[in-house]
Design a protein around this ligand. Structure first.
Ligand SMILES: Cc1cc2nc3c(=O)[nH]c(=O)nc-3n(C[C@H](O)[C@H](O)[C@H](O)COP(=O)(O)OP(=O)(O)OC[C@H]3O[C@@H](n4cnc5c(N)ncnc54)[C@H](O)[C@@H]3O)c2cc1C
Length: 415
């Protein structure tokens, strides 16, 4: 398959990039590992309620004859100077492109604490995704903990589906949360949104200590403003912020700065013909992702005036991103929750004590198998980076489990 523009990720950034580039008539492909376009925030499912804006983007994406959406597809490896090996449920394909736009988004940061592998404990965004995907939670008691606005969004989804959200425990202190809230009138739409998310059980300066239960979660031990309490519940959802999905950018050789893909004013990376937009260039929510995606799309087809007209809008949402990132910095309390026997790598059953004395990620991996399981370090790699400051090296292909027939596409063809 050969396209002018290949976009990785069909979240808000990827959809906006495709639509912005489409008017030029370029042949565009947007691939995403999810079954439907929308990314994390506009994830579909039997219990998902998509806002009109999300439906509008999806419909326009479908209506464009020169945009091909490839759902359920993952990037497996680089397949040449301007080509990627991609796999879906049926086949492996090499896609050649002229320009590439990385809109790979972010994933949740999960930090280990005693009991975090018990059934009933999930990420905060993970709980939201499960509920949208159809998991029933009506009547269940849920505690949500960690950091950032995703806790509130997750609580709202759980409540709308009949769960009782007992507490939302934000690790940042009240002063930081109040400072952030005081700035919200600068973004009136966000202020309005936040009113809808207010919850009587929201507590700042509070965090989880331990998940308790025999074979499944029965209660959580938490610190609420320094007071230790035990709360009986059926579910605990913990998310400590987001980590950008950098693997593909790293593998291609794009410069990474402050844990995000570095881009210039045109959303161009340091690699010629490769652009990046959305959460892979830093967090800031769907509005930042949409405007960055549109700038990248216009720039990739040479429409610099159209891209430049969006710069002031992007600056506005970068202001929001800065306020967000300043307010929800992780404190030391949540970095010291794991005990020596707490698993850090849940795929390979590696406890904290087996890795904490090593000098870096590669050494810890070789000595303990940490990060060598099914998720390939996507979970424990982020935790190790937060707990020990270890930088993960660029990933090696295959970037995700792949079929042998797919990998054979990389073998040289006999002449
Ligand atoms: C679990 C989770 C839940 C969230 N829920 C909310 C919410 O409710 N409200 C809110 O305001 N914000 C939420 N966010 C924040 C949200 O990510 C952003 O606001 C917004 O969706 C960012 O858009 P994006 O296009 O940059 O990335 P995303 O929306 O993350 O889209 C990126 C897409 O790229 C795909 N992808 C990544 N790498 C590859 C690859 N190699 N091959 C194929 N596909 C790939 C991903 O599966 C994803 O579909 C959530 C974040 C996470 C991690």
């Amino acid at each position: 398959m050969k396209v002018d523009i290949l976009i990785i990720g069909a979240g808000p950034a990827g959809m906006a990039a495709a639509l912005a580039a489409a008017a030029s008539g370029a042949r565009i492909a947007v691939l995403d590992d999810n079954p439907a376009a929308g990314g994390q925030i506009w994830r579909g499912g039997p219990q998902a309620h998509l806002p009109p804006l999300a439906r509008d983007y999806r419909q326009r994406l479908q209506a464009q004859a020169n945009i091909e959406h490839l759902p359920g597809s993952r990037v497996v490896a680089l397949a040449g100077p301007k080509a990627l090996l991609v796999e879906d449920a049926e086949r492996g394909t090499v896609i050649e492109y002229d320009r590439l736009i990385l809109c790979t988004g972010a994933r949740e940061l999960l930090l280990p604490f005693p009991g975090w592998t018990l059934p009933g404990v999930t990420g905060a965004g993970g709980l939201q995704a499960l509920i949208k995907g159809g998991m029933p939670v009506a009547g269940e008691r849920i505690v949500i903990a960690g950091s950032g606005p995703l806790l509130l969004a997750s609580a709202a989804t759980a409540k709308d589906n009949g769960a009782r959200v007992l507490n939302i425990l934000e690790q940042a202190p009240w002063s930081a949360v109040a400072g952030f809230a005081a700035q919200l009138p600068r973004w009136p739409h966000k202020l309005l949104q936040s009113f809808g998310l207010l919850h009587p059980g929201y507590r700042a300066g509070s965090h989880v200590l331990e998940a308790l239960g025999d074979g499944r979660l029965e209660a959580v031990r938490v610190s609420i403003g320094g007071t230790i309490r035990e709360i009986a519940c059926e579910r605990l959802a913990c998310g400590f912020g987001l980590i950008p999905n950098l693997q593909l950018g790293q593998a291609l050789g794009c410069r990474i700065e402050r844990d995000a893909i570095a881009v210039d004013a045109w959303q161009a990376t340091t690699l010629a013909g490769v652009y990046a937009a959305g959460e892979s260039t830093g967090f800031g929510g769907s509005e930042k992702a949409l405007v960055e995606g549109a700038i990248a799309g216009h720039a990739a087809v040479g429409e610099r005036n159209a891209a430049q007209r969006l710069w002031s809008q992007r600056q506005r949402w970068h202001g929001f991103a800065h306020a967000l990132n300043r307010a929800f910095v992780l404190g030391d309390a949540v970095k010291g929750l794991a005990r020596p026997d707490t698993l850090i790598c849940r795929c390979e059953d590696v406890p904290l004590s087996a890795v904490c004395d090593h000098q870096g990620w590669s050494q810890a991996k070789m000595a303990s198998r940490c990060g060598m399981g099914a998720c390939q370090g996507r979970t424990c790699g982020g935790a190790a980076q937060t707990l020990f400051g270890w930088q993960p090296p660029a990933p090696r292909p295959p970037f995700s489990p792949a079929r042998i027939e797919t990998l054979l596409q990389l073998a040289p063809h006999p002449d």
